[in-house]
Design a protein around this ligand. Structure first.
Ligand code: ADP
Length: 179
């Protein structure tokens, strides 16, 4: 499903983000930037060694990536030209700034994309896998952050939420449909 917000097409799809044809995909990385499981593992497997090489270089220059911030690398062998790696919060019950940190992931990724002239990007459902963020709360944070940026900027043509599982897909369809 899709809708248009202030000139940006906002789409919800179910699938594998490594297959995205957007100019950039966002990775739910960890602070080490050295790869992990879930979507992170899938992106490094599909994108190949050049992505990890750039992550290693960034890590040696600035010691990794703090929660809520983002870094950018090549897309390697992916269709996407770039990968923006952001680090979501681990869910610890909700009273440890998780919502603000998760919102910052989406904002940081969009800021970095704009700085690089990227007009189309795909987001996974950050923190809702291994990091345990409740999906029905994460969707609200994600949509709030993205729509807030879009209300103020017309820098993007298309933004996709790529949901891997049916529960996230249904939640996003419902929330985006209500915008
Ligand atoms: P986190 O550690 O941030 O929770 P995960 O990779 O474990 O990261 O999960 C984040 C989300 O990415 C989950 O909703 C998970 O289902 C989803 N996911 C896993 N593999 C893929 C993939 N290939 N494409 C898109 N989303 C994926």
């Amino acid at each position: 499903m899709e809708t248009t917000l202030n000139g940006t097409k906002l789409e919800v799809i179910q699938g594998d983000i490594t297959q995205s044809s957007m100019a950039c995909i966002v990775n739910a990385a960890n602070s080490s930037l050295l790869g992990g499981g879930g979507v992170d593992g899938a992106i490094h497997r599909a994108g190949g060694r050049r992505i990890l090489d750039e992550c290693v270089r960034i890590r040696s220059e600035r010691g990794g990536c703090p929660v809520g911030e983002a870094v950018i690398t090549t897309g390697g062998n992916l269709k996407a030209q770039y990968v923006i790696h952001t680090v979501g919060p681990v869910w610890k019950g909700g009273k440890n700034g998780e919502a603000e940190k998760l919102g910052n992931c989406y904002r940081s990724a969009l800021r970095l994309a704009e700085e690089h002239g990227i007009s189309s990007l795909s987001f996974p459902n950050i923190s809702t896998g291994i990091y345990g963020y409740p999906k029905e709360q994460a969707v609200d944070v994600a949509i709030e952050a993205v729509t807030d940026v879009l209300a103020r900027k017309q820098a993007f043509e298309r933004i996709q939420f790529v949901c891997f599982d049916r529960q996230n897909y249904d939640l996003y369809v419902e929330r985006v449909g209500a915008l």
